[in-house]
Design a protein around this ligand. Sequence first.
Ligand SMILES: *Cc1c(COP(=O)(O)O)cnc(C)c1O
Length: 374
Amino acid sequence: MGESAVELPLFDLARGLDVVRSEAVATFDRLLGSGEFILGPDLDEFEYLFAEFCGAEHCVGVSDGSAALQLGLIALGVEPGADVLTVPNTFVATVEAIAAAGCHPRLVDVDPTHRCMDPAQLSAVLDRDTGAVVPVHLFGRLAPMTEISPICASAGVPVLEDAAQAHGAMAVGRRAGSWGDAAAFSFYPTKNLGAVGDGGAIVCRASTTADAVRSLRHHGSLPGQPNCHVRRGTTARLDNLQAALLSLRLARLDEDNDERRRAAEIYRDLLEGLPLILPERESPDEAQVYHLFVVEVADRDYVLRRLRHAGIGAGVHYPTPIHLQPAWRHLGYRRGDFPVAEHLAEHCLSLPCFPGITEDEQVRVADVLAEALR
Ligand SMILES: *Cc1c(COP(=O)(O)O)cnc(C)c1O
């Protein structure tokens, strides 16, 4: 590939797993002998620990982040056919889940500084047809929930946080997952809290919501009554092996997020003075968790090629906003409808930023960037 011998990936999953490897192997060994793979005590324990971590009342483990969003909307009682408001610069799963819940995705542009849902535009489009609002905590920074929550509360519209990129992110002492009526998390391997396969969870405030998700994930059955199906459900459980591993990794999540923040500070120092836009610094009562460290550059595709040629795993999240994706053309939007999201799609560039990245590696990234931007 590139001229450089050592490849630096965007995410280094092996490095993250090494620190729990021996504990994970012992846990897997125990579980393989127990025969408890589905809905067992390891899942219960993880659910308890993750709810506590988020500052939420309940947690229900599900198969992945997309299922968490879909089942979350259904459990909150959002009617099929209702509009669900979200943003155009997100992973496609957000709108897929809205559609899978039988709802209609309606988009609201983001703010150019924090890159999350713009509360003023949310106010402008929220109306009688709105069944729910799904703010996305993009790149590990909370959407402006201190503004979004009161807007939704006064309209009587439930909020489902898409917290797939924000495990542990905080504002005014409250973590992702503690703001909405419910929040959806993904434990896809590259997320801040990652499984070794697919995984997800819903955390929520009301026990009725948690009960509904427990039933939905397990064929609409009732606890202790596997053959009584009270609603149309599906198969969407988080398995015990993943849950046990996630409990191990959860114990280190704050430390891992501290490492990401440290790496982000190093990038800020190294990249200062270059012709690029850094992620906005959060206010003192906020803590972002840098799922991705995303800069904006003028000639993005050229800079991306230069980084990749040098063996650096830079990425783009996301090159095409939802409203310009072929599969979502029927939503009826056009180029120009969401100028901020479109601008970000053209200019954003994600740099390697993960627990365990070394300062030398970051210097290498900064040097190649400086060359490319010269
Ligand atoms: C990863 C992700 C999802 C979906 O999670 P899966 O576990 O892959 O289904 C949803 N929304 C956002 C913003 C994500 O980053």
